[in-house]
Design a binder for this molecule. Sequence first.
Ligand SMILES: NC(=O)c1ccc[n+]([C@@H]2O[C@H](COP(=O)([O-])OP(=O)(O)OC[C@H]3O[C@@H](n4cnc5c(N)ncnc54)[C@H](OP(=O)(O)O)[C@@H]3O)[C@@H](O)[C@H]2O)c1
Length: 311
Amino acid sequence: MTTTDPAAATSGWTSADIPDQTGRTFVVTGASSGVGRAAALELARHGAHVVMACRDVGKGDLAADAICRRHPRASVEVRALDLADLSSVRAFAAAFVEGGRGLDVLVNNAGVMGLPRSLSADGYERQFATNHLGHFALTGLLLPALSAEGVRVVTVTSSGHRAGRMRFGDLMGERRYRRFGAYFQSKLANLLFTYELQRRLARAGADAIAVACHPGVSSTALGRATPVQSWVIGLGDGLVSQPAAMGALPTLRAATDPGVRGGDCFGPRGIAEMAGPPVRVASSRASHDEEVARRLWEHSVELTGVDYGGL
Ligand SMILES: NC(=O)c1ccc[n+]([C@@H]2O[C@H](COP(=O)([O-])OP(=O)(O)OC[C@H]3O[C@@H](n4cnc5c(N)ncnc54)[C@H](OP(=O)(O)O)[C@@H]3O)[C@@H](O)[C@H]2O)c1
């Protein structure tokens, strides 16, 4: 465990620390469930307008209704977004940009874990496509809307990124596929992307920053494709895992704390970063490898056709 925030050793950041977000707009991917849903609720409770970007609009509507029942003045809307289908990502981004509403914070949260090998609509391995490529494309396509002061791109990774390796010779797992190898690779990609985006934004003199976070071990639907894992997580509920509302705190801190700097990463403070209040944490050395990040960026541009206008 590598907590790099000495102040947080004595303090515990909670949702009560979220500043008023009135007048600000957030897009949260995967807001129909788990960490994304819990983050959307808190953001709306603090006055933000939240666009809940969901693969399953019916499920998103149920989540939005639940938020509005708890907070009748919440300003939330559900829009369709399938990150594993680049045409859906393009349609979502085009509608958002054409709508003319500025975007203050993009939260790249949605994810899948431990799937048997399957392909996205574009023919890419589904975990890499959903967790990394879809968010890479979405961020690049939403850049024109990300122009206000204090703008952030927050991407949700996992402490499991430490086990990840970028296998550029076999990114799609065609020759050898391991469910968790593919997941960890995609979560390492989330960090390489965040740090590379931050470097590019800084070089361009942009006000926007890129930040990462992870929810520790949180009780959500993420393990549903892996029955054994779900059973272990279920057994550990309350022992090692924390509720989704706690797992959302690193995301909420990354998205709203005025003290956040570009390239920060937030995770839970507790043992092995599994649970606890959110603090700055250090990610693996591999996640800071600039040469690997540049290669991943180039592959991602080629695979998605989104080039960030040369950023
Ligand atoms: N829970 C943990 O312990 C843990 C640990 C480390 C990292 N994380 C990360 O936390 C993030 C949130 O996961 P969670 O734990 O909250 O899991 P979750 O409850 O399963 O939520 C995942 C969300 O992503 C959405 N999603 C999946 N595929 C999508 C696609 N193709 N397009 C758009 N949305 C899609 C899901 O929509 P549907 O409901 O329609 O499937 C759901 O809303 C993920 O990035 C995950 O890697 C979680």
